[in-house]
Design a protein around this ligand. Structure first.
Ligand code: TNX
Length: 532
């Protein structure tokens, strides 16, 4: 152990002599990371000690309970820091993972992290809690680890004690893969990044007028025909069920649950085009105004003009088959039925039936807030996006209110290729951060990126980052602990990590983005890793 004054003096001295050498400047930066943790999302309680723990050369990870997967994660993190550590289930070892249901006060996802002269201990009641303790530890290590650059010098950790429990259980993002397709590789990257900041729900908007992106074995033309189109200049394609399941396992290992959305009864042209006979009314009266007629694809961006032929009972066979297959391949408890932006006298009847079909397959329904105009079951979860629907049911809500969370809107006023219907001057980092929920039944928050104009991976990165850092903190940190100025400072201290990770973030004005060079590839300490 080094005492703090001595340690500070060393850092300062190295900074003074470092100006001549870039390598030593980096040294000072990463040491100060160890000294002043700038964690996002902000932990609920953090007590910083006086001293710094120097990781010894011999290391051992020990675990209790069913924590062997967590031991694998920690071993991987340490090995990326150049530290070889064995794993044992004894109680000795400088790295201890303690899983026990006597820690129930930490809830489903909370953890305690203690770093002292005796070593590092993470405790939780669940694997998810241990995973998040490890993510916090990761943020205490030099960001260069993300890109695999092990520095040849002792690893220092600050003496501290953290007790941390999330404010909301739902901390999500949504990727619209329907207007423009995003493939398995991109979605895994996105999952890696979400996990770093303790986000836990990935909603996939799988279907819309422009494309159908999930294989349904009983209705193969959905992807053969409907998967082969996209918004103008966008990417077509689809996920096979195998790819969907692979993403789902990859995400589950990182405590992220996939929430699949099949948007119905509107936003459905890709399906109408794939099965024109089965799903349309005679003369296509269900497509109005007629923006496209099967077999033409639709490549525009207008919404609200297509729907199923709701008076045709056969559409319910289709809906049942699709929801059955989605339920079979989905391990999470939810199926999202969309339900937005459509007028029809039979709309409410449809939504009530679709909700009950989802429940028949053992899942819980989510819908965009319009579905609460209908007498749906009280287990349904409403996703609020404009806040104008007067709900006739008392249900839990996910907050995606567009003026804070629609990240397809501009980062700064006038940014090209953005939607602007909700807020014409864009949504700044601070405006995202300022969200506070007044709804007593708020499950949490979710930020969508719609892909009418987001047709490349770089643009998707640009819309999500750094604003997702604000979403992550709103989701995790108690409202009374949130402070924008403090958050902003911590974002500044994440820059070198975002750069090392190769995220194509938006260069939000006011932040100095020049710390380290942005890697030109996806890096993540845990990229591709799966515990045994
Ligand atoms: C509204 S939000 C939509 C989407 C668009 C988005 C563009 C919602 C349920 N519907 O269809 O892509 O605005 O910002």
């Amino acid at each position: 152990m080094k005492s703090k004054p001595l340690y500070l003096a060393l850092v300062l001295a190295s900074m003074l002599v470092a100006c001549s050498s870039e390598k030593e400047v980096e040294w000072a930066v990463s040491q100060s990371e160890a000294q002043a943790p700038a964690i996002i999302p902000q932990p609920q309680q953090l007590a910083l000690g006086e001293v710094t723990y120097e990781v010894p050369s011999e290391n051992q990870i020990s675990y209790t309970g069913e924590a062997s997967a967590s031991a694998n994660w920690l071993q991987e993190l340490l090995s990326r820091a150049g530290i070889a550590a064995g794993i044992s289930s004894s109680q000795t070892g400088g790295w201890q993972l303690h899983l026990s249901d006597t820690l129930n006060q930490l809830g489903e996802e909370g953890y305690r992290l203690d770093i002292s002269a005796r070593g590092v201990q993470i405790q939780a009641a669940t694997q998810a809690g241990l995973f998040y303790g490890i993510q916090t530890l990761r943020q205490l290590l030099p960001s260069a680890l993300e890109s695999g650059q092990v520095e040849d010098k002792p690893l220092l950790l600050p003496e501290l004690s953290i007790e941390d429990v999330p404010h909301y259980s739902w901390r999500g993002t949504m990727v619209d893969v329907a207007r423009s397709f995003f493939d398995l590789e991109y979605l895994k990257k996105h999952v890696d990044r979400m996990a770093t900041y303790k986000m836990n729900r990935l909603h996939l908007h799988l279907t819309d007028d422009q494309g159908w992106r999930i294989e349904i074995k009983g209705w193969p033309k959905l992807t053969e025909v409907g998967g082969d189109s996209a918004v103008k200049d966008g990417r077509s394609g689809y996920l096979t069920q195998e790819e969907y399941k692979e993403l789902q396992s990859y995400a589950a290992a990182r405590n992220i649950i996939i929430v699949p959305e099949i948007d119905m009864p509107g936003h459905i042209y890709a399906a109408l085009r794939s099965y024109p006979e089965e799903l349309n009314c005679p003369d296509y009266t269900n497509i109005a105004p007629r923006r496209a007629t099967p077999p033409e694809p639709y490549t525009g961006t207008t919404v609200g003009w297509s729907k199923f032929c709701l008076e045709n009972p056969a559409i319910y066979d289709f809906v049942t088959d699709v929801i059955r297959e989605m339920s079979e391949i989905t391990t999470g408890p939810w199926i999202h039925i969309g339900g937005d932006e459509i007028q029809d006298p039979r709309y409410e009847e449809f939504v009530v039936k679709a909700d009950s079909i989802v429940q028949d397959f053992g899942k819980t329904t989510i819908g965009w807030e319009e579905v609460t105009k209908a007498e749906v079951s009280n287990s349904l979860i409403s996703q609020v996006w404009h806040g104008r629907v007067e709900s006739v049911v008392d249900v839990e809500v996910i907050q995606s209110i567009c003026g804070h969370f629609y990240l397809d809107h501009a980062n700064v006023e006038g940014q090209e290729h953005t939607n602007n219907w909700c807020k014409s001057d864009g949504i700044t980092l601070e405006e995202v951060y300022d969200f506070r929920s007044e709804h007593p039944r708020t499950l949490g928050v979710e930020a969508p990126v719609w892909s009418e104009f987001v047709i490349t991976d770089e643009r998707m990165d640009d819309r999500f980052w750094p604003r997702s850092l604000a979403v992550a903190e709103i989701g995790w940190t108690a409202p009374e602990k949130r402070d924008y100025q403090d958050f902003f400072q911590r974002v500044q201290q994440q820059v070198n990590r975002l750069n090392a990770m190769g995220i194509h973030y938006h260069q939000t004005p006011g932040i100095d983005w020049r710390q380290g060079e942005r890697s030109d590839q996806h890096n993540d300490v845990f990229a591709g890793f799966m515990p045994e």
